[in-house]
Design a protein around this ligand. Structure first.
Ligand SMILES: [Zn+2]
Length: 313
């Protein structure tokens, strides 16, 4: 760790100790300059029409984590199914969106080239690296090499939320690339952020302010808020808080029909199929369950919709 980084960490630690808790990240935020508010009725009227954007879901890493984090094992349905905590295989994804005029975007970032083997080089503290159990992770397609193999440059990043496994590719994102996320993602306070915040800041270091989606209440009352991201009805940001304060799902109109990128509103296939929200990885299970119910209802109203979950196929 260089001296400047060390003194920044010490200043952050002193600040957090003084406050007894600490924000999730001190990275700068600003209002998004992209996204036009839209109602659920207007979005859903367009959703099943063939659209111009393609979606490739790329497995960036395989990982094994406790099922109790991914799934609320206290839920009556999980109990009835006899589920108990165990090591659960999962994937870390990024989704490549290609828009005919807006270019190549990614939803979430997978992992950076050096994330598994050299986390300290990316600003990940040793305690955080230990807790992540990186020995249980296998790199498949790191973001940097994947981007280098593409014909077009990366135009922007849309995040489902700011958890570490969704921003761990940010070190491979070219500096200056506009990056969007839901509102309030940096603000949750917790004593554990004393350890975590430095690593989150490290992954975002060198990038411009996070551009926060400016949601307005859905006039149709179906969702908390919806944005037509490019203003052309091709990609929609769906405000689905609960897992984190600004958790966002994305609906994309492709030539083959709509694709729903659920994010960590639901990590697992079992959770989606049975309508059971995530476990202790989620911030507010009650709110998360409401958002999950709304997304499942959306998918049910549009049977042609392909659903991509947070961490399993
Ligand atoms: Zn996740």
């Amino acid at each position: 760790m260089n001296r400047a980084r060390l003194s920044k960490r010490l200043a952050l630690a002193a600040f957090c100790l003084g406050a007894a808790s600490c924000a999730y990240s001190s990275h700068a935020v600003r209002d998004s300059d992209l996204g036009k508010p839209i109602g659920a009725k207007a979005m859903e009227a367009a959703l099943d029409l063939p659209g111009p954007v393609t979606v490739d879901t790329v497995v960036s890493a395989d990982w094994i984590v406790p099922l109790a984090g991914l799934l609320n094992l206290g839920h009556a349905k999980a109990k009835a199914a006899g589920l108990s905590d165990r090591d659960e295989p999962m994937q870390i994804y990024f989704h490549a969106l290609r828009h005919p005029s807006r270019g190549l975007w990614v939803v979430d970032t997978g992992i950076a080239k050096d994330f598994k083997d050299h986390p300290a080089d990316l600003g990940i503290g040793w305690l955080v690296a230990r807790e992540l159990h990186l020995e249980k992770m296998t790199t498949r397609n790191a973001l940097g090499p994947w981007l280098a193999s593409q014909k077009e440059p990366l135009a922007g990043v849309m995040l489902t939320h700011l958890h570490i496994d969704h921003i761990s590719g940010m070190p491979d994102v070219p500096r200056g690339t506009p990056t969007f996320a839901g509102p309030g993602e940096t603000t949750p306070r917790a004593a554990t952020n004393l350890v975590l915040a430095g690593s989150i800041d490290g992954l975002l270091a060198g990038h411009g302010p996070l551009r926060q989606w400016q949601y307005q209440a859905d006039p149709d009352g179906v969702f908390e808020g919806l944005l037509d991201v490019f203003g052309d009805g091709s990609v929609f940001a769906i405000f689905a808080p609960g897992h984190t304060p600004g958790s966002t799902a994305y609906a994309v109109r492709t030539p083959q029909g709509p694709v729903l990128l659920v994010g960590d509103n639901c990590h697992t296939r079992w959770g989606w199929d049975h309508g059971v929200e995530p476990g202790h990885f989620t911030g507010d299970q009650t709110k998360n369950a409401v958002s999950l119910g709304r997304l499942k209802a959306l998918a049910a109203r549009h049977p042609a919709m392909v659903v991509r979950l947070g961490h399993q196929e």
